[in-house]
Design a protein. Structure first.
Length: 194
């Protein structure tokens, strides 16, 4: 799909941004409204798609009930603690972070349930944790036959939450893992398909 998108929208490229935008919109319209898809029994996505009956209301405010306090990251990527400015990241601008004192003058900084690093108030620095988001294995149901399946009733691309993108795109295998909770639950094993 990405190669088709590239060929049809950028070769040749539009003369200006408006022409390029028009080419992209024409491709999206054809892809969703006209072009049949084999995975959809030769129907176009628009023929199958039905909007959700629930309105999207956004995400709830992030709260930190088990932290000593919270702080809002400024547009320039800083938080202010005890009249000291600590650089965090502009990526988190506008987000609320949880702060917990772990030692005298040393604070643990968290975003949602991820620990980002430690703040040293005396030096006004944030010492990041190596990889706060790390690799996490999500449980996946495994059929009794040992086959694992990722299915999606929506004709539009939607990835299962918590699974690596590569699984949903078929770039890696899913192998049953060992889990003491249930014999029908496995874990994703990220091994590249050759």
């Amino acid at each position: 799909m990405h190669l088709t998108l590239k060929k049809e929208t950028t070769r040749p490229a539009g003369s200006n941004i408006l022409q390029q935008q028009a080419r992209s919109e024409a491709f999206v319209n054809e892809f969703n409204e006209e072009r049949p898809h084999e995975a959809l029994a030769m129907k176009a996505p628009a023929e199958i798609y039905t909007p959700s009956s629930r309105a999207y209301e956004g995400l709830p405010e992030v709260e930190y009930p088990f932290h000593d306090r919270d702080a809002l990251v400024t547009a320039c990527g800083r938080i202010c603690m005890h009249r000291k400015k600590i650089n965090v990241s502009t990526v988190l601008a506008g987000q609320r972070l949880g702060i917990t004192e772990v030692d005298d003058g040393i604070w643990l900084l968290s975003f949602m349930h991820y620990d980002l690093g430690y703040i040293d108030l005396e030096q006004r620095t944030l010492q990041p944790i190596d990889n706060p988001f790390g690799t996490r294995l999500s449980p996946i149901e495994v059929h009794p036959s040992g086959e694992t399946e990722i299915s999606n009733s929506s004709p539009f691309l939607r990835l299962p939450q918590g699974l690596p993108t590569a699984i949903a795109l078929g770039r890696i295998h899913i192998h049953p893992g060992i889990d003491n909770r249930s014999p029908n639950v496995g874990a994703a094993c990220c091994t590249r398909r050759r």
